[in-house]
Design a protein around this ligand. Sequence first.
Ligand code: NAD
Ligand code: LMR
Length: 329
Amino acid sequence: MSQKAPVTVTVTGAAGQIGYALLFRIASGQMLGADTPVRLRLLEIPQGVKAAEGTAMELDDCAFPLLQSIDITDDARVGFEGANVALLVGARPRSAGMERGDLLEANGGIFKPQGEAINAVAADDVRVLVVGNPANTNALIAQQHAPDVPAERFTAMTRLDHNRALSQLAQKTGTGVSEIQGLTIWGNHSATQYPDVFHATVAGKPVTDLVDEAWLTSTFIPTVAKRGAAIIEARGASSAASAANAAVDHVRDWVLGTPEGSWTSAAIVSDGSYGVPEGLISSFPVTSAGGAWEIVQGLEVGDFSRERIDASVAELSEERDAVRELGLI
Ligand code: NAD
Ligand code: LMR
């Protein structure tokens, strides 16, 4: 197979749990394709550098044919140098007694300088996926500090929520996930997110013919929206392999395109579609072609969905206002 030009992929929080599940997938070619060599740049805080070096030793030991180089740094200006794809995974977790404002402020201290560094040193075609929570608002902070990068290159991850919804629906209807089309996650990657099945089909049949509203409200929606918390409760740590898998899915679809006739979910900068205020980074039904996400237009939004989309989008507006008040954007 003839090879494409190498792609530089920066991963922040590379020594963390998601980093450990993600880097090997990227280096093996699962994210950008079996014909695309990869140059990894790992960005950590100083305390994380040694563990990142250990992960890099393991990457070496895999002898991945596509992996051309690994650079490790605690300097964002070095870490994002020439980045074509930037996966912003490292974030400050909420600790005991921390209020939401404190969390936003702590993460502002990470995503503002990272946005500035991306603006200064990343490649012209850089594509950014923010995974670290609160992902949508962290993405907004970074985007606001990268004025020279087209806003649509900053995205946040709701693909894990999308995959969770696919799996719940497949189990309920006794089908395989590949039979399901037309599912959407709207809004924030938080417990207010809205997994919407009103345009979804299972093996060509409308989901609304297969499940009732009581199941949607009392089981499906809360199970998907609170799955992150349920994983933390069960594992004692937040989802890692499934989050890494979703990041691989998001970037692969963004760069290589979504399959014909199907859509997925990603949090992207709103253009005002579906009443989501322009500029917010909110999850939408999206397709990708030519390396750009596009919002699926023209879907009918009934009262049931409207109320839930509005609630999640209101939370995103509140988070934006909070970081504005903190002077972070
Ligand atoms: P982790 O604590 O295992 O790892 C985080 C790593 O980030 C650590 O190694 C830490 O040293 C590093 N880090 C912290 N600040 C950094 C900075 N300024 N620059 C570079 N690195 C930095 O956490 P994890 O399990 O890998 O999760 C990472 C983040 O992803 C968390 O915020 C988590 O809540 C979030 N998450 C998001 C989703 C999603 O669907 N969007 C899903 C799961 C987890
Ligand atoms: C998840 O959805 O699994 C995570 O965002 C949960 C978390 O708070 O880390």
